[in-house]
Design a protein around this ligand. Structure first.
Ligand SMILES: [Zn+2]
Length: 176
């Protein structure tokens, strides 16, 4: 089991215990002694008003040779273009850091990093519009990924098949 999985499980366990305590009308029992890692998680949780997020991304288990090829932006991210394997349609653009790429490569589900929420999200986890990863390619200079997927339902949160369906801009066509 990877270190990342362990952390997630620890957070889930703490969350469950908190829910149980909030729901209970009986006196809150003494907290068990927390390990160092649990204390860290508790600290992050407190800073987020109880919302459990991975504020500090854990050190990634991404293969070092792959990591060495990445040219990340100032936020540590690379762009990930998602393409439908069935017909090559461009579905959406997301952002990945090393850990999101590692999860995408090892779980078979496209996983992105949200700058605004500062957390990882798995496409379709809440909407059900999941992406099953069929291939991942890195571009020539290492700052963009092409993720080929089998898409369930709409890729865009608006319900469109592709994020690029709704806003077609006028282009002046020039004869060559
Ligand atoms: Zn969209």
């Amino acid at each position: 089991m990877s270190q990342t999985t362990m952390v997630v499980l620890t957070v889930a366990a703490l969350e469950t215990r908190d829910d149980a305590e909030v729901a209970s009308s009986t006196p809150v029992p003494d907290r068990p002694v927390l390990t160092g890692r649990e204390c860290q998680v508790r600290g992050a949780e407190a800073r987020n008003n109880g919302r459990v997020t991975e504020t500090v991304p854990p050190e990634s288990a991404l293969d070092h040779e792959i990591a060495a090829l990445l040219k990340r932006d100032a936020a540590g991210l690379v762009a990930a273009v998602v393409q439908d394997e069935s017909d090559g349609a461009v579905l959406m653009l997301g952002w990945m850091d090393d850990e999101a790429l590692h999860r995408t490569l090892t779980t078979g589900r496209s996983t992105f990093y949200s700058r605004s929420r500062r957390e990882y999200w798995v496409k379709g986890e809440t909407s059900g519009h999941r992406q099953w990863v069929r291939g991942v390619r890195l571009d020539c200079d290492g700052d963009a990924l092409l993720i080929t997927v089998r898409q369930e339902g709409a890729a865009c949160h608006t319900g469109d098949r592709s994020c690029f369906d709704a806003r077609v801009l006028p282009v002046r066509e020039v004869a060559r």
